[in-house]
Write a protein that binds this ligand. Structure first.
Ligand code: B12
Ligand code: SF4
Length: 443
C-alpha cells in the first residue's frame, strides 16, 4: 500500500506563486508517518515548496487542514478524488468544523491521529474507509517517534520541531487551541522526548507546544531532563512564567534561547475582554516587572499581539508599536484579531452579526491574508487592516531591524544569540511583506 501525505499552502500572491520563506517541517505529517504500520510506502508532498504530482499512483491521500489552508486543501482533495483516489482530511479544521470539511473528502478524521490512525490504514487497505473517524485528544505520541526521514531533501529550516505537550489550561476567547483541547494540557512522557532528541540530527529544537509553561512543574521536569543533552531550544509560553524564578533558571540552564509570548494587548480592558488571564497573574503593570525578569535571564522574545478587540482604538494600536520598540523585541507579530471557527470569539461576533465575508472568511474569494474579517467596535474593518499593516511594516523595516539588534541583554548577549537574531529576523521580515494581502487557494 502507498500513502501520500500532503501539507497544503495557504494560497498565492495576486500574480505569482507564493513560496514560504520560513517553511518548517510539517510535524503532524511526521507523526502520522510514525504512527503508520511498517510495510506501507510513504511519500510527502509539501505544497508550499513543490508541485503535487496528482497522477502519481497512490492508494490513500492524507491532507492536514487548518483554517488558513482549508480552501487550498479542498482544491487538492478534488484533484485526487477526480482521479478516483480516496482522500482523508484531518487536523484543526476538520476537528473544529467537521460539517464543512466532510463534502470535500471521502473521510474526515476528528481529533488526534494517535488514537485511530492505524485503524484508518487497515480500513483503507480493505477499501472500506469510514466517512468519519471520531477520536479524542490526548498526550502527544505515546510510544511513537516522529519519522523525520520523510522531510529529507525538502529544504526546511534547520530546526527540529517537536512536542512535549498539547493544549493549555487557559481560556482565551479567541484561541482555537483552547477550544480544540478544551482548556486542558496533555503532556508526553519526558523520557520519550529525550529519546526523540537523541534520535534527531540537529540540536536546535522548536517545541511547538501551545503553552509549554501551562503547568510549571511539568515544564521543570522537562527542563531538568534537557540539561544533560546540551541542546538549544525555543518554544511558546505564557508570561506568568516570571512568577517562578526556579522555572526561569531551569529554562535557561536547559538551553532555552527564546520564547513566543502572547502579550496580545497593552490595554487591560482588552485583556479582560479576551480573558487573557495569564497576563494578570502577579498584577498588571504595563508588563514592566515581567519584562525586566525575562531580560535578566536573557531570553529573546517573539512578542505576539492580537489587535482589534472591542476596547482597542487606533491610538491604543499605535501605542502597541511604541511598546514593542521600547522593548526591542527581536520578533513581534502584530496579528489582526481573527475569529477562528468554533471559538467563543467567533460565536460572539456571529451572534452580534459582526462577521464579514458571509462568516466563512477562509473560503470567501474576496478575503485576503491579514484583512479584518469582522466589524470592529471602534473603527472600520479597513482602518483595522491598515493599522495592523502599518505596525507590521514599520516594525519590520530595515532600519528597525538594525536598531533592535543593539540590545546587550538579549540580542547581543552572546554571539550565538546575535546569530539567531541575524538569521531569523530577515526571514520573518520577508514573510511579513510577502504574505500580506495574499489570496487563499490557487484557483
Ligand atoms: C508550529 C506552528 C506554526 C509554525 C509552522 C510550522 C510548520 N510546520 O510550518 C509557524 C510558527 C511558522 C506557524 C505559522 C502560522 N500559524 Co501556526 N501553529 C503552529 C502550532 C503551534 C503547532 C502545530 C504543530 O506542529 N503541532 C504538532 C502536531 C503533531 O499536532 P497537530 O498539528 O495538532 O496534528 C495532530 C492532530 O491535529 C491530527 N492531525 C493533523 N493533521 C492531520 C491529518 C490527518 C489526515 C489526520 C488523520 C490527523 C491529523 O493528528 C496530529 C497528531 O495528533 C499550532 C498550534 C496547534 N496546536 O496546532 C499553530 C496553529 C496551527 N497556527 C495557527 C496560525 C493562525 C498560523 C499562522 C496563520 C499565523 C499568522 N498569522 O501568520 C501562520 C501560517 C500557517 C500556515 N499554514 O502557513 C493557528 C491555526 C488556527 C486554525 N484554526 O487553523 C494555530 C492552531 C495556533 C492557534 N493558537 O490558533 N505556525
Ligand atoms: S494562553 Fe495562549 S495557548 Fe493558552 S488559551 Fe491563551 S492564547 Fe491559547
Amino acid at each position: 500500500m502507498k500513502l501520500t501525505l500532503i501539507k497544503p499552502n495557504i494560497g498565492r500572491l495576486e500574480h505569482s506563486l507564493y513560496v514560504d520563506e520560513g517553511r518548517m517541517e510539517p510535524l503532524q505529517l511526521g507523526v502520522l508517518a510514525g504512527l503508520t504500520p511498517t510495510g506501507v510506502d510513504i511519500v510527502l508532498y509539501d505544497d508550499r515548496l513543490e508541485a503535487i504530482p496528482y497522477d502519481e499512483p497512490t492508494d490513500l491521500v492524507a491532507i492536514t487542514v487548518e483554517t488558513y489552508t482549508a480552501r487550498r486543501a479542498y482544491e487538492i482533495g478534488a484533484e485526487f478524488r477526480q482521479r478516483g483516489v480516496p482522500v482523508i482530511m484531518g487536523g484543526m479544521q476538520p476537528t473544529l468544523i467537521p460539517e464543512e470539511v466532510q463534502p470535500h473528502a471521502d473521510s474526515i478524521y476528528i481529533g488526534d491521529a494517535e488514537f485511530r490512525w492505524r485503524e484508518v490504514i487497515e480500513d483503507a487497505r480493505r477499501g472500506r474507509l469510514k466517512p468519519v473517524y471520531q477520536a479524542s485528544v490526548g498526550p502527544p505520541q505515546p510510544g511513537t517517534l516522529t519519522r523525520r526521514d520523510i522531510f529529507k531533501g525538502k529544504g526546511y529550516l534547520p530546526i527540529t520541531l517537536m512536542q512535549f505537550s498539547r493544549g493549555c489550561r487557559f481560556a482565551c476567547t479567541f484561541c482555537a487551541v483552547s477550544t480544540f483541547f478544551d482548556k486542558t494540557q496533555y503532556c508526553r512522557d519526558v523520557r520519550e522526548v529525550v529519546q526523540e532528541i537523541e534520535a534527531a540530527e540537529r540540536q536546535i529544537i522548536f517545541f511547538v507546544d501551545d503553552n509549554l509553561l501551562s503547568n510549571f512543574e511539568a515544564a521543570k521536569e522537562l527542563c531538568r531532563a534537557l540539561i544533560p543533552l546540551r541542546v538549544h531550544w525555543v518554544s511558546q509560553g505564557s508570561i506568568d512564567m516570571t512568577q517562578d524564578r526556579e522555572l526561569m533558571a531551569l529554562m535557561v540552564k536547559s538551553g532555552c534561547i527564546g520564547m513566543v509570548v502572547g502579550f496580545e494587548s497593552i490595554t487591560p480592558h482588552s485583556l479582560r475582554w479576551m480573558k487573557k488571564s495569564p497576563n494578570f497573574i502577579g498584577g498588571f503593570n504595563d508588563y514592566k516587572p515581567q519584562l525586566d525578569i525575562i531580560r535578566d535571564y536573557g531570553i529573546q522574545l517573539w512578542a505576539a499581539f492580537t489587535l482589534g478587540h472591542d476596547h482597542d482604538t487606533r491610538e491604543s494600536i499605535e501605542q502597541t508599536l511604541d511598546f514593542a520598540w521600547e522593548n526591542k523585541f527581536p520578533l513581534a507579530a502584530f496579528n489582526i484579531l481573527v475569529p477562528y471557527p468554533g471559538t467563543p470569539l467567533y460565536q460572539k461576533l456571529a451572534a452580534e452579526n459582526r462577521l464579514l465575508y458571509d462568516g466563512k472568511w477562509w473560503l470567501h474569494p474576496e478575503y485576503r491574508f491579514n484583512y479584518a474579517a469582522f466589524q470592529p467596535k471602534n473603527m472600520s474593518p479597513e482602518e483595522l487592516t491598515e493599522a495592523c499593516w502599518h505596525l507590521r511594516s514599520t516594525y519590520n523595516s530595515f532600519s528597525s531591524l538594525v536598531r533592535r539588534a543593539f540590545d546587550l541583554k538579549t540580542n547581543m548577549r552572546s554571539l550565538y544569540k546575535l546569530g539567531v537574531y541575524l538569521r531569523y529576523s530577515p526571514i520573518f521580515r520577508k514573510e511579513v511583506f510577502k504574505k500580506h494581502g495574499m489570496r487563499f487557494g490557487l484557483r
